[in-house]
Write a protein of this length. Structure first.
Lengths: 474, 255
């Protein structure tokens, strides 16, 4: 059996028939060409004077064409495909059996392709055929009708479509005069013979293309009908089973004595030793076992605590020592670094340590010890002695000393007179700053420009000396 | 010569190695569905045209009405199938009345892109006239696809589940193991027999079981009884505990 039988819905059964035809379309076409084309040639020759009727005759003779494809399909369903010789031997019998009723009163039957297998294949005669067809039609008659309707529609549409599509290829002489046709309905004179011949040819092409499928669809419906109402698939399977069991019966009679007790459980495999069959099946590449090994790290805390590896304990100790050495080294380095660079982190003003007062400014010693106790008196004495520069130097050094030590004006040893004045103006007391400004002017004049100050100025400087401890003598 | 068995179920292997079987629908039933759709569309045009004559025509005049009608027909012709096939049912009214639906080749519903593609290619299938290309293409492809289907990777399938007429009946037969080792096909035939036997006449059942006489080694009703027992054993080798539930339907054997 080369067809899968199972109860189907009618349209699916139609599709099954189409699938059967499609599978062997080439062979069916060859048989069709060798049996139907000669008939068509005869028809064309006989009707050459009235081509307008050729499509009708071709259509009317359809029941004859159906028989060879059906013969082929019925054999092919059981796995043997008849060749040319075999078919030609059967051809006369196929066409002449029941051909009169088929071409006369059964021609317009709407279940033609569905009934044909029952009429042709079951070998019944006379009234029995009609009874049989009626029985089958109770189940599949409606479907047979729909099938005929669907395929005649497809065939007609395809015919018109083919004519429509190829109309543009026709020469003008072959085209009908449509205006004349529709105005006068004069078919004879407005439609050229060439157009009629061309239409007949198109019809033959389409019939050749579609009719085998129609036959196959009817056969599929017939098979489905028998499957449904008679269990034909079961019957065929049982027949095959009976054949197998009876042919094996002789061998079985001997082996039955040995296998009688074992067969109650074995029902799946046949033939060889099941173990060998299983082994053979497992040899197939599909059963090859593929392995993929992959590793994944999983933290296993319990395993760390296990003491099944005590020899490695010293590694722990070494690691711990190294760890603490590194930590200690880091801490020491950090401390040393901080100490060495403490000036970066400790701001000058905020520090509690007193500002380191400079001892020498601009090369001048300004410590209190280097100066006389009464600076103003010493300055007057030096002035009187005529050493103006030394007198003013005494005053300037004395004022700087006071400002640096007592007023803590931030003056460093690198500062110039300008710097000192700026610092004093910024940080010193107002009267002292004013005096210091005056003094600085005089000092710069004397020391650098070497222009002596007047005596009045010197007196004013000495009299205005502010750098004394209030309430007491300096 | 080994040939493929002709069948209506078409296997399709999916990308993940799974094979599914599609119940593809052929040209005959699809032509019926198309005819119904065509009639539906013509009916809509007629209805809309009549409504437009009474409602719209007095307001905007004949030319504008005819223009709007042509516009409406344009959208219907191009998008009637697209909208229905990309919808939830995956079928036009005609296809639904024939119990068909459009599916992607993978067995899933069609996407909008697929629906657009398969329906816009109707122009190609229509050539050279009246769907000649589509008809020929459907007849000669295994999955009954026209060009639009082939391009969009779609198939038209039956939408309803396959028929399984299994009336539940009481089978009075003793479960027994088959006396012979059976092939898979034979086991399947036995199971088909027990499932579908209620649909057949008594005489037919006996006829069939007589064919299996080499297996049952008994003629007539006794053979039928044994065959049913073996089929029951195949269905269920182990005896179920407890009493089976009451079964409906006619008894298989006349008592």
């Amino acid at each position: 059996m080369t067809v899968t039988l199972r109860p189907r819905q009618p349209w699916e059964a139609v599709d099954l028939g189409c699938a059967m035809v499609l599978r062997d379309f080439g062979r069916i076409m060859a048989l069709w060409a060798s049996t139907v084309f000669p008939l068509w040639i005869v028809v064309c020759v006989l009707m050459r004077s009235m081509p307008v009727w050729i499509p009708l005759v071709v259509w009317w003779l359809k029941p004859l064409y159906d028989r060879v494809p059906l013969f082929f399909l019925s054999r092919a369903a059981f796995g043997e495909r008849p060749g040319f010789m075999e078919t030609w031997k059967e051809w006369p019998r196929l066409w002449f059996a029941n051909f009169l009723p088929a071409l006369l009163w059964r021609r317009l039957s709407f279940i033609r392709s569905f009934a044909l297998p029952a009429q042709m294949l079951e070998g019944l005669r006379g009234a029995a055929v009609n009874r049989r067809v009626r029985t089958l039609a109770m189940d599949g008659g409606g479907s047979g009708f729909s099938l005929s309707y669907a395929f005649s529609k497809i065939e007609f549409v395809a015919w018109i479509g083919l004519m429509w599509g190829t109309y543009g290829l026709l020469p003008d002489t072959a085209r009908p005069d449509w205006d004349g046709l529709f105005s006068a309905f004069d078919v004879e004179n407005t439609i050229p013979d060439a157009f009629l011949w061309w239409g007949a040819a198109c019809h033959m092409v389409i019939v050749t293309l579609i009719e085998p499928f129609y036959v196959g669809a009817g056969f599929g419906l017939y098979l489905n009908c028998r499957t449904r109402i008679e269990g034909w698939d079961v019957e065929l399977a049982f027949r095959r089973m009976a054949t197998r069991l009876t042919s094996a019966a002789a061998a079985l009679a001997v082996s039955l004595l040995f296998f009688a007790g074992m067969q109650t459980t074995a029902h799946a495999a046949v033939g060889d030793d099941p173990a060998k069959v299983v082994e053979k099946v497992k040899q197939h590449p599909d059963f090859e076992v593929h392995k993929v090994n992959s590793k994944r790290w999983v933290p296993d805390f319990e395993a760390d605590e296990k003491k099944d590896a005590p020899r490695l304990d010293f590694l722990d100790a070494i690691g711990e020592i190294i760890f603490w050495v590194i930590i200690t080294g880091l801490v020491v380095w950090l401390v040393v670094y901080l100490v060495n660079n403490r000036h970066l982190f400790i701001s000058r003003g905020a520090g509690k340590t007193p500002v380191k007062t400079p001892k020498v400014i601009m090369g001048m010693n300004i410590t209190r010890e280097s100066l006389p106790d009464d600076i103003v008196a010493a300055a007057r004495a030096t002035w009187a002695a005529g050493d103006f520069k030394e007198a003013l130097s005494l005053l300037y050094r004395g004022s700087l000393s006071w400002l640096v030590t007592r007023r803590q004006v931030p003056i460093t040893d690198g500062d110039t007179e300008e710097d000192c004045l700026v610092q004093v103006l910024k940080n010193g007391e107002k009267n002292e700053a004013t005096y210091f400004k005056q003094l600085t002017g005089a000092w710069v004049q004397v020391a650098y420009a070497v222009i002596p100050v007047t005596e009045a100025e010197m007196d004013a400087l000495c009299d205005g000396w502010p750098f004394v401890v209030k309430g007491g003598a300096a | 010569m080994a040939t493929a068995r002709a069948d209506t179920l078409q296997p399709v292997e999916l990308a993940d190695g799974v094979e599914i079987q599609l119940r593809v629908a052929g040209p005959a039933v699809r032509s019926m569905a198309y005819t119904i759709d065509l009639l539906v569309r013509l009916g809509i045009y007629l209805g809309v045209w009549i409504a437009a004559l009474f409602l719209v025509l007095p307001g905007i005049g004949m030319e504008l009405t005819a223009g709007l009608m042509l516009l409406f027909m344009f959208f219907m012709e191009w998008f009637y199938n697209v909208i229905f096939e990309a919808g939830a049912k995956g079928a036009t009214p005609g296809q639904r009345s024939m119990k068909l639906r459009v599916m992607s080749m993978t067995g899933g519903p069609v996407t909008l892109a697929q629906a657009v593609m398969r329906n816009f290619l109707r122009v190609v299938d229509f050539m050279p006239g009246l769907y000649l290309t589509g008809i020929v293409c459907m007849l000669f492809t295994r999955r009954f696809q026209r060009l639009g289907d082939l391009v969009a990777n779609t198939v038209v399938t039956y939408a309803d589940p396959p028929p399984s007429p299994t009336p539940v009946v009481e089978i009075r037969a003793e479960r027994r193991a088959p006396a012979q080792v059976l092939t898979r096909e034979e086991q399947a035939a036995l199971l088909q027999f027990i499932e579908r036997a209620p649909l057949w006449a008594d005489e037919r059942r006996v006829e069939l079981s007589t064919l299996a006489e080499p297996l049952t080694r008994a003629p007539g009703t006794e053979g039928l009884r044994r065959l049913c027992g073996m089929a029951l054993w195949l269905q269920e080798p182990e005896e179920k505990r407890g009493t089976p539930p009451p079964l409906k339907g006619a008894p298989l054997f006349r008592s």
